[in-house]
Write a protein that binds this ligand. Structure first.
Ligand code: SF4
Ligand code: SF4
Length: 210
């Protein structure tokens, strides 16, 4: 177990609901769920196999103290932020935000599923766009295509070549981005300073909660 995970497990001593309420964004809403299942029934993606637990099940598991089962669940990572659940919940539970809040907490503790696709995409996208303040599509695509190895990457690139040529032809993608000659924001230093400040504020906020 990671240090933070051990620390939190010891601190909350099987009171996982309290842990989520205090540590996950909007976690205080979990107790408002009355298990009607409307959120899961409205979710356009929850029938996919990777949803090991639908949203209302995750809330019930939290209340039942199933810490490992929730933190290691793929469920929260499958949310596409369509907000169907959020607008339909009769208790006004912010289900979408909870899915992301619980996923982020699992990631922070080092307990989220390894090689989880959404997690990988999210981190890759963030690293890419914060480097220059704009997304470098070529680098992003390359990183995603080759994440499962060289051969898999080449196969994906060949499969998508006509789409890539179409994008280049329509000037929607610049091949020079592959060597770093990409569109950039004018004030990169300013953007990095802003991100550093946001990171500092977030760390302070989390430290206050910890
Ligand atoms: S719709 Fe709301 S109250 Fe019903 S199960 Fe989902 S979160 Fe709970
Ligand atoms: S916001 Fe997420 S959990 Fe809610 S219905 Fe959409 S995909 Fe499902």
């Amino acid at each position: 177990m990671s240090d933070l995970n051990q620390q939190m497990a010891a601190r909350y001593q099987n009171n996982f609901l309290k842990e989520i309420e205090e540590q996950a964004e909007m976690g205080e809403w979990v107790k408002m769920c009355m298990q009607c299942g409307l959120c899961s029934g409205s979710c356009p993606t929850h029938f996919q196999d990777a949803w090991d637990h639908a949203p209302h099940e995750i809330f019930m598991l939290i209340r039942a103290g199933k810490r490992d089962e929730v933190l290691q669940s793929q469920g929260m990572w499958m949310c596409t932020s369509c907000y169907n659940c959020y607008v339909r919940c009769p208790r006004k539970v912010p289900v979408t935000h909870l899915m992301h809040g619980i996923a982020e907490y699992a990631y922070r503790l080092g307990r989220s599923p390894k090689a989880q696709t959404t997690q990988h995409l999210s981190k890759t996208f963030w690293d890419n766009c914060t480097e220059t303040g704009r997304v470098n599509e070529v680098k992003l695509t390359r990183t995603l295509y080759f994440k499962d190895g060289f051969v898999a990457g080449i196969k994906k690139a060949i499969a998508m070549q006509s789409a890539a040529f179409g994008l280049v032809k329509a000037r929607r993608m610049n091949p020079l981005e592959a060597i770093g000659i990409a569109h950039k924001c004018k004030d990169i230093k300013g953007i990095h300073a802003m991100l550093a400040k946001a990171k500092e504020l977030e760390a302070r906020h989390k430290a206050e909660k910890a």
